[in-house]
Write a protein that binds this ligand. Sequence first.
Ligand SMILES: Cc1ncc(COP(=O)(O)O)c(C=O)c1O
Length: 411
Amino acid sequence: MMDLNRALEMDRSDPLAGTRAAFALPEGVIYLDGNSLGALPCNAAARVAEVISRQWGHDLIQSWNRHDWISMPARVGDRIARLIGADAGEVVAADSTSVNLMKLLSAALKLRPGRRTILSDNGNFPNDLYIAQGVSALLGEGHVLRIVDPDKVGDEIDGDTAILMLTEVDYRSGRRHDMRALTSRAHAAGALVIWDLCHSAGAMDVDLNAAGADMAVGCGYKYLNGGPGAPAFMFVARRLQGDLKPALSGWMGHDRPFDFDLDYRPATGVVRNLAGTPPIIGLTALDAALDAFDGVDMRDVRRKSLALGDLFIELARERLARHGLEIVTPEAHPTRGSQVSLRHPEAYAIVQALIAEGVVGDFRMPDIARFGFAPLYTSFADIWHAIDRLEAIMAAGSFREARFRKRLAVT
Ligand SMILES: Cc1ncc(COP(=O)(O)O)c(C=O)c1O
């Protein structure tokens, strides 16, 4: 049986062990929910306080120029670009993932007139499907959202597919799509692809340009650690930037916003997809969080993420299978994101009981307990302790207590 010493040994030889110090993790808590809300970076509070008290409080409106607030969406976007295999000038930080998806999808559909299908899969985050339904209704051009099984997506791309809209890593199972293969199949059929990187960015070596990706969106509050409701990001490949005509044609995407022309004229580059005034305080927290990635090779991040997952799977098989917890995450490395999910009819209560023991994961309907691994701060010992406590809860049956069944608003 595998013991704690091996996990401690893995931590000792971990090239990313040092980045944990950049996060203010609460004492005694094992945090395996960075795929929902990333941990607090140590530098965030001071940076936000500085922007509030000195820049906003003292320099007031001049800060847009003096502290270059106005270019923050592009500057923060450039920092994210390095993490997702994009070039500088291809990413902006703005709005939420939902809004960015709405912006890209509505503009992208206009680039494929005559094609009616938006193709997605039933493992996609439902929010993205809702956005596609809303965009189709708004455009009123007869677009149809076609939702297929994740493993059928490639075969379902055809000459009517306008946009392939996929989330790279399934929020529930942790299954990962082959971005490169699906992008090239879509291109061969004349379709464009929008990738949702919410469960990828910051957790693995995404390489958008190597995959020939067209567009992508992703959030700032999961593995990028930008804080609750942090600004999201959007990527548009340089070759497409001039073609996309934003439907949300706001002044921050105008070529010369301070000319106050009566007519909209889109800016050059990805910044044309900005709409309104950027949220400087939120961008500051996200910018501070990105410091933790400075000097980090995303291939090391991916290697560690997979090793954490391998350890979790090995221990789950050894110690949890007999308690009826089934591993639903694919094991093969290319098909796995940075989480492992376990299925059990009492998954909700099990997660609550585990949280009471200081191990934070989360629950997804109908029966999934999810455990996310944030390679910058999750340790191998964390994994060992999490499984150890989970086994104890299962063996004692303590999750059956009534207090663990009470459904909270956010699961
Ligand atoms: C894959 C995916 N897409 C989109 C979203 C929604 O993002 P937002 O609420 O920032 O618009 C989430 C949120 O968890 C997500 O997991």
